[in-house]
Ligand binder design. Structure first.
Ligand SMILES: CCCCCCCC(=O)SCCNC(=O)CCNC(=O)[C@H](O)C(C)(C)COP(=O)(O)OP(=O)(O)OC[C@H]1O[C@@H](n2cnc3c(N)ncnc32)[C@H](O)[C@@H]1OP(=O)(O)O
Length: 190
């Protein structure tokens, strides 16, 4: 992991990257701007090629405690309260996550449910578990560009099986609900 100062810079860079992806996805750049962007990206890809590391040493998505864990794959999730039986927080789907007609893309919603439901399954040291299934019911469109409330609660523990349920709300409106099964890995399983 990076030291505190560079972790702060890394986290800020990830926020910049989220903002960049939002702007890119809702822009209609000129051909000249596209050429310049390509040039800059090619330069940065070459630079990053020089600092590739094995999975264990990655920083992306490993900054626990920060909103979004320092990654851009899933929408920005900020946990405000967590405990052994559940957690709640806010999530913001950006323009990058737009599907059609103002609604978040259906695939971006399970991403954030896997994050928060997985975190509930992970507390109390149940770290070596994987998502066996994740079911999402889309109840109403999920709007982008505003903070929504998201929650998860532990439903049951049966041997190695943890069932966790979640809800995504825009104020009084239920946007989506989910249920997932996490199965603790047997010793020696990757
Ligand atoms: C706690 C930390 C949370 C971390 C969040 C992780 C986020 C992720 O996205 S992980 C990546 C996505 N998931 C994966 O890649 C998982 C791929 N699948 C697997 O590795 C395995 O199938 C795995 C680990 C889920 C289960 O394998 P294994 O340990 O051999 O379990 P197995 O013995 O077959 O089944 C155990 C129990 O779970 C049940 N079960 C397993 N899969 C399912 C399923 N899909 N649906 C319903 N029940 C299931 C079995 O029926 C069995 O129940 P019972 O004990 O009552 O008979």
């Amino acid at each position: 992991m990076p030291d505190e100062a560079s972790a702060g810079d890394y986290a800020a860079m990830i926020e910049d990257l989220r903002g960049f992806l939002d702007r890119l996805s809702s822009a209609r750049p000129s051909p000249e701007a596209v050429r310049c962007l390509r040039e800059a990206l090619t330069g940065w890809s070459a630079e990053l090629d020089r600092s590739q590391v094995p999975e264990h040493d990655r920083v992306f998505g490993r900054l626990a405690g920060l909103p979004g864990r320092g990654q851009t794959m899933s929408p920005r999730l900020e946990i405000v309260e967590t405990g052994p039986d559940g957690s709640r927080g806010t999530v913001r789907f950006g323009r990058y996550h737009l599907g059609r007609n103002g609604a978040a893309h259906g695939g971006s919603i399970p991403l954030v449910f896997d994050e928060i439901l997985g975190q509930v399954a992970r507390v109390n040291g149940r770290s070596l578990a994987r998502t066996a299934y994740l079911r999402v019911d889309y109840r109403s469109i999920t709007p982008i560009d505003r903070d929504l409330e998201i929650s998860a609660r532990l439903v049951s523990v049966t041997g190695r099986k943890y069932v966790v349920a979640g809800e995504l709300r825009d104020g009084p409106v239920l946007c989506a609900e989910a249920e997932a099964l996490f199965v603790e890995l047997r010793p020696g399983r990757p």
